[in-house]
Design a protein around this ligand. Structure first.
Ligand code: SAH
Length: 252
């Protein structure tokens, strides 16, 4: 029998419409209100206790835009599925390939140090999980992020997409050279420890712009350097905090 016969077609469509009805109703119910986030309470505790309060002699993070971003970005979407229960502890976590997602307090501190607003364009070196990029993306207009390990670059981009972050552009490459095409940047954040501050990154910083970058030997305590390019183009730098980051590796 062929469903081309008009009467059969009508029957078929009626059947489809009836079959579709309960699903449609169920979907409308599911969509409002939005399902509760099972991690919301843990995320709030993390931000309030470990970032905003500034415990253990740490400088508290005060910028309202940074705190709002830390409250809204779901870190559990950027850690390996088996580590989700650990996502809202204030510590780095392994993300594979010998790399780590940074500690939330450090992400918040570095983001605040950039002093960037809604019109800013920011460059990140070391996409990793994509978490730092997502936090920046909640505050600024556009984030460009470079990752040297190809499978991590893919994972970071996939995590950002799954989290619904649309204003981050990623690419695979050696971030030492920056991303000239979109320069100059209002802010540059380097999330791996460099032996020295890469001159191309200083070049790609806008006058009035800021860069945060860990500088020092691999696998030891490094200095988080805050680099400022003044309006006249002169550059100042100061050590703001001891940190421990994975090393900035170099492309061949
Ligand atoms: N911002 C990341 C932190 C990842 S750890 C996050 O929020 O998860 C630092 C990352 O820097 C690693 O993924 C590492 O592979 C990457 N990296 C190291 N050297 C690099 C380089 N020269 N260019 C770009 N990325 C680099």
């Amino acid at each position: 029998m062929s469903p081309r016969h008009p009467a059969l077609l009508i029957l078929l469509f009626t059947g489809l419409a009836i079959a579709a009805l309960p699903t449609g109703l169920a979907r409308a119910e599911d969509e409002s209100p939005t399902p509760p986030d099972p991690h919301a309470a843990a995320r709030e505790r993390l931000v309030a206790d470990s970032i905003e309060a500034g415990p253990f002699g740490r400088t508290p993070v005060k910028d309202p835009a940074v705190l709002a971003a830390m409250r809204s970005v779901k870190r559990h979407l950027f850690v390996p599925p088996g580590l989700r229960s650990e996502a809202y502890r204030d510590r780095p976590l392994p993300i594979g390939h010998g790399q780590t997602i940074s500690q939330p307090y450090i992400v918040a501190y570095m983001t605040e140090a950039l002093q960037v607003g809604p019109d800013a364009t920011v460059l990140e070196i070391g996409t990793g999980s994509g978490y730092q990029a997502a936090v920046l993306a909640a505050i600024v207009k556009k984030v460009y992020s470079i990752e040297i390990i190809p499978p991590l670059a893919e994972e970071g981009a996939a995590n950002l997409k799954a989290a619904g972050v649309a204003n981050v552009e990623t690419r695979t490459g050696d971030g030492y050279h920056g991303w000239k095409e979109h320069a100059p940047y209002d802010g540059i954040v380097v999330t791996a420890a460099a032996a020295h501050i890469p001159p191309p990154l200083i070049e790609q910083l806008k006058p009035g712009g800021r860069m945060v970058i860990p500088v020092g030997p691999p696998l030891q305590t490094q200095s988080l350097m805050l680099v400022e390019k003044r309006e006249d183009g002169s550059v100042s730098q100061r050590n703001v905090m001891p940190v421990r980051f994975v090393p900035l590796t170099r492309g061949k």
